[in-house]
Design a protein around this ligand. Structure first.
Ligand code: ADP
Ligand code: MG
Length: 694
């Protein structure tokens, strides 16, 4: 089959008219190729035919017998219509029955040989011994090989309304028979051979209608054929990443200077960088010195000290005469980074600007003229009005709020500037390589010395007294407290009211304490006012929504109270808890949970109480939510995978990535691999230009 056949619309397949084509459309199947790649969601072993005499009650069984009688039977309830079949295989008789399916009369007749497959139950009302309610069935013709629905390991597909499992299976059987054999192999033979993969057509056949397979492997997606398709998917994905990266240009700046500013920064710090910080900084600097543009991810758990490292690198660029931009995901964070950087830059006479929301013209002029070398801001930095004279270094603190392609936009404001992406999401290296497959990778995997784990405890609302006690004690010691309320979009009004009421409640319980309120609906200026009061220590308690979740840094705050903790996800709780424990003092996190707790919520809170380690929390999160959902929240503007499983296939991710990067190196435009190129474009759909002209 030339590949265009695979691109035929499903409607051109025999047995598929406009109605069925529409049904297929609903499950995302538009072409023959889509159909061939529409894999069963599960398999059932119906290959073992059991003698009726040996049937076990309560088990899924397949039997084969001759129909000795069949027809409608009178039901006690008036409305129920039952169709019954008695079949005998020489060892015994079994009854099959179907409810309200009068068309069965046309399908089964006495004298026919039939396969029945379903759960066998004891039947107290007849002499048959066993009954199957609504079993799958198939009449047996002479040609036993043509059996599709029974007598084999059968595929079960994800269905949509309007088509039955059996109908879909039959159609799929036809499609696989007719078209799978001719599928064009997209992977080059060297790669197939190197990794011992089966061919595409063999794979498609085996995954739809397996011949002797280990059903467990198939159901867990662990067969060699699953592996082959997962590889293909990851490879196509990585090709896009590799091409995207390659397309960024070969030449950038090489930052060569003494590093005076950077060294002065380090000397002025009240602490010494950890070894992990030093190593990450060295990796970044050595990238910067090279003429090709840096694309690097800096990963590290909350509070590990990414910001200092980043700023040191920025100073290096500044000393070399370039401008730098630092983009944060929220205004609060941008403001905070701005303040931190101002503080660090003070001694050096390095000017810093903040662009967030409405930027002032005068400031824009000073950026355009190159007078201000360090510009901090939100995505407002990407506005057209923001023009740099010589932007050489871009930092994105992203926490997954920006997508792969978006990162490019800020970069366009310079000529191939170096790029550093910061993230606090603790994910395994290979997962990071997928999410950030276009980037190199540095990790700060060590916390500053003297950090003590945050003591975490789960409370119920009845324990208010105890909670207030802890809070009072800490505030009397001069410490500060966060109280966080959940706010979700669907119930924003009610949620906000809860936070506002919470503030008044704290004010009346503790008349001597100063309480502030912070939420996303406040004007930026008011928010800033509250934040700086809290930072200065003019507020004892900050009642807030999750806008304090990322990055807010007030070392004197030692208590984090999370109200309705059961409503938060693990990653979010971990981020929130990261707001305390930033100074040398013992900090605590009180999770107030309102019952009854679902199983998952209970597990999440347990995990929080048990560990402070971001990586184990991410692992648990993964275990609780399953990879699909976990991945779903991590990825932003990133296509999803159908076959590959980012946990199960970690090893494959690396392999596919290596192959993809070397293929793009040798063949930047994929001109020799038109099918791969097309698949890559489809996978990254809408992101045209991922693969350039070559
Ligand atoms: P991250 O951005 O990784 O969450 P930050 O850069 O905000 O972490 O650092 C958290 C806090 O730890 C800051 O107050 C920072 O000054 C401090 N810090 C950073 N590095 C060190 C270190 N090596 N030793 C002690 N404190 C540090
Ligand atoms: Mg930070």
């Amino acid at each position: 089959m030339d590949s265009s056949l695979a691109d035929l619309p499903v409607q051109s397949i025999k047995g598929i008219g406009p109605r069925r084509a529409a049904l297929f459309g609903r499950i995302g199947v538009r072409t023959v190729r889509d159909a061939l790649y529409y894999l069963p969601r599960r398999y059932e072993d119906r290959s073992l035919i059991r003698a009726i005499a040996d049937i076990r009650a309560g088990c899924a069984e397949t039997v084969r017998g001759r129909i000795i009688s069949c027809g409608p039977v009178a039901a006690r309830g008036k409305r129920l219509r039952i169709f019954e079949v008695l079949a005998n295989d020489g060892t015994g008789t079994i009854k099959g029955r179907w409810f309200n399916q009068s068309f069965m009369q046309r399908n089964l007749k006495a004298g026919q040989d039939v396969l029945l497959c379903g759960e066998a139950k004891r039947d107290p009302y007849s002499g048959a011994g066993f009954v199957m309610d609504g079993p799958e069935y198939e009449t047996v013709s002479e040609d036993a090989d043509s059996l599709i629905h029974t007598n084999r390991v059968v595929p079960l597909y994800r269905l949509t309304e309007g088509i039955s499992q059996k109908q879909l299976r039959k159609i799929m059987f036809g499609i696989v028979e007719q078209y799978a054999g001719g599928l064009t192999e997209p992977l080059p033979p060297e790669i197939i051979e190197r990794h011992g993969l089966p061919s595409l057509c063999e794979t498609i056949k085996a995954l739809h209608f397996p011949e002797d397979c280990d059903i467990r492997d198939w159901n867990e997606g662990k067969s060699i054929y699953h592996r082959r398709l997962a590889f293909e998917e990851l490879f196509v994905f990585a090709l896009g990443m590799a091409a995207f990266r390659k397309g960024r240009g070969q030449r950038g700046y090489s930052f060569r200077c003494e590093g005076r500013l950077r060294k002065r920064l380090q000397e002025g710090l009240s602490f010494e960088l950890t070894n992990a910080q030093k190593r990450a900084l060295e990796e970044i600097l050595s990238d910067m010195r090279r003429p090709s543009p840096m694309s690097r991810l800096l990963q590290g758990d909350v509070g590990c000290g990414k910001t200092v490292v980043t700023f040191a690198a920025m100073l290096h660029a500044v000393e070399c005469g370039f401008q730098t931009a630092f983009m944060a995901p929220t205004e609060i964070l941008a403001e905070q980074h701005y303040r931190n950087i101002c503080k660090m830059a003070e001694g050096f006479g390095v000017k810093v600007a903040l662009i967030s929301g409405g930027a002032k013209d005068r400031q824009l002029d000073r950026i355009a003229s190159g007078e201000i070398p360090v510009v901090v801001g939100t995505h407002a930095l990407m506005q057209e009005a923001v023009v740099f004279k010589n932007l050489g270094f871009v930092v994105i603190d992203e926490q997954h709020k920006f997508g792969v392609t978006q990162r490019g936009n800020l970069r366009k404001k310079g000529f191939n500037p170096d790029l550093l992406v910061m993230t606090a999401t603790p994910i395994p290296r290979s997962l990071a390589l997928t999410l950030y497959g276009d980037l190199d990778y540095s990790v700060i995997d060590e916390m500053p010395a003297g950090r003590r784990p945050v003591l975490t405890k789960v409370f119920v609302p009845d324990q208010k007294k105890e909670i207030y006690g802890i809070l009072e004690e800490e505030i009397k010691k001069g410490r500060q407290v966060y109280v966080v309320y959940p706010v979700i979009e669907e119930s924003e009004k009610i949620d906000l009211r809860a936070a506002v009421e919470g503030k008044s409640a704290f004010e009346s319980i503790f008349p001597g304490f100063r309480v502030g309120l912070l939420h996303g609906r406040m004007a930026a200026a008011d928010r800033e006012e509250v934040m700086s009061e809290f930072r200065r220590g003019d507020l004892d308690i900050l009642v807030s929504t999750t806008i304090v979740e990322v990055g807010v840094d007030v070392p004197n705050a030692t208590v984090m109270i999370v109200v309705h903790a059961e409503r938060f996800g693990l990653a979010q709780l971990h981020q929130l808890r990261g707001r305390v424990g930033r100074g040398g003092d013992r900090s605590c996190c009180l999770l107030v949970a309102y019952g009854p707790l679902g199983e998952d919520a209970g597990r999440r809170l347990d995990v929080m109480a048990r560990t402070n380690d971001g990586f184990s929390i991410a692992q648990e999160d993964l275990a609780i939510r399953g990879p699909g959902e976990f991945w779903g929240t991590l990825q932003s503007g990133m296509p999803g995978f159908k076959v590959a499983d980012l946990i199960r296939d970690l090893q494959l991710i690396e392999t596919a990535r290596q192959e993809a990067f070397s293929m793009i190196d040798a063949n930047p435009g994929l001109c020799d691999f038109p099918l791969l190129k097309k698949m890559c474009e489809t996978f990254w759909n809408g992101r045209t230009g991922v693969i350039g002209a070559g």
